[in-house]
Design a protein around this ligand. Sequence first.
Ligand code: NAD
Ligand code: MG
Length: 391
Amino acid sequence: MTRGICILGATGSIGKSTLDVVSRHPDQFRIVALTGNHRVAAMQALCEQHHPELVVMAAPEAAQQLRVALGDAGLKHIRVESGREALAEAARMPGVDEVMAAIVGAAGLLPTLAAVESGKKVYLANKECLVMAGSLFMERVRHHQVTLLPIDSEHNAVFQCFAEGKGVRRILLTASGGPFRAWPVERLAAVTPDQACAHPNWVMGRKISVDSATMMNKGLEVIEAHWLFNLPASQIDVLIHPQSIIHSMVEYVDGSVLAQLGNPDMRTPIAHALAYPERMESGVSSLDLARGPDLQFEAPDLQRFPCLALAFNALKVGGAAATVLNAANEMAVQAFLEGTLPFSRIAAVVEDTLSELQPAAPDHLDAVLAVDQLAREAAVRHLRRHRSGMQ
Ligand code: NAD
Ligand code: MG
């Protein structure tokens, strides 16, 4: 029997890799629902290829354009909806067994929670969900007894090396260091969005690419690892490994270190999670260590990458600090991508927002969303100040 899949964020980079893996196994999977935001042509192409029952575009005008386009293409039977509630509906559909959560940012929280609350198996790429609402999210996962499998390559690697989690001394999350690892710090002020998005090893969406360049991505991943593996900040280390061949490691109390290796291609963690506890073909080529690059390692430079320190600190502080961190970072990255904030000021906007707001730990969803909103408003004020410093 085939398993019904919903892909939240199907038009993105993870969405595309998931569809590639799923398409290799038509005997196992059925594409039931796909969601996107506003890219009509991209979604139309996915509909022509995968014939989902339901498509949701977050933007209403995009949904309307897609309806017309699908009508013209003879695909009128594909239902097209729009808006937030419809995103959650896609995740909850009765024919859906499993949900790939691959929307970027806080926008993914409600539909991913809808998947959890309707008892679907969840593949989690959308790390911002856990950063902004980790406690509540994991409580919902436990309450509904759903299977949650990590797609982020580092967390998938840790999961593969974690055994039963007995005798773990620490985990080591590897980080490429992004495109500016070796740049003089003075040059970072003039970095353009295209330079920041040109990652040396991975092709990813623009937000996570900027996060990788500031290393906020690794900071978000430290918080993600805390929730997924129930480890304190003191047992989570970050190690720079520019080649992205070792995807992360687990060290045990006896000194053993287990690592997961592979070519940098997200189809590996995606296929691992989709097939777990079995294994399946992903289309990823064999790792050739004899011909490959030398593997290098170094400690992260927190002066160069202040975002990593901010994230570690937010985890240690607790409360709603991670919710504030995530919201402020989303606002700052968006401003940088729009050309209104220098790259080197992203960390300052996040830091100022964190200093201004120290709300208590939110104990329900509305409280999380309220902190998120408050932090976005505060970040806008700090953005204005840092922006005026641009001239
Ligand atoms: P992307 O920008 O390529 O795709 C994002 C998807 O989210 C798109 O389908 C887009 O339509 C949708 N989306 C954006 N805003 C939305 C909104 N407001 N409402 C509804 N849908 C919206 O991003 P990506 O690189 O595929 O990353 C997706 C998630 O996976 C992120 O959380 C990222 O951190 C995580 N992740 C990505 C990679 C990677 O290699 N790309 C690796 C690990 C984790
Ligand atoms: Mg990652």
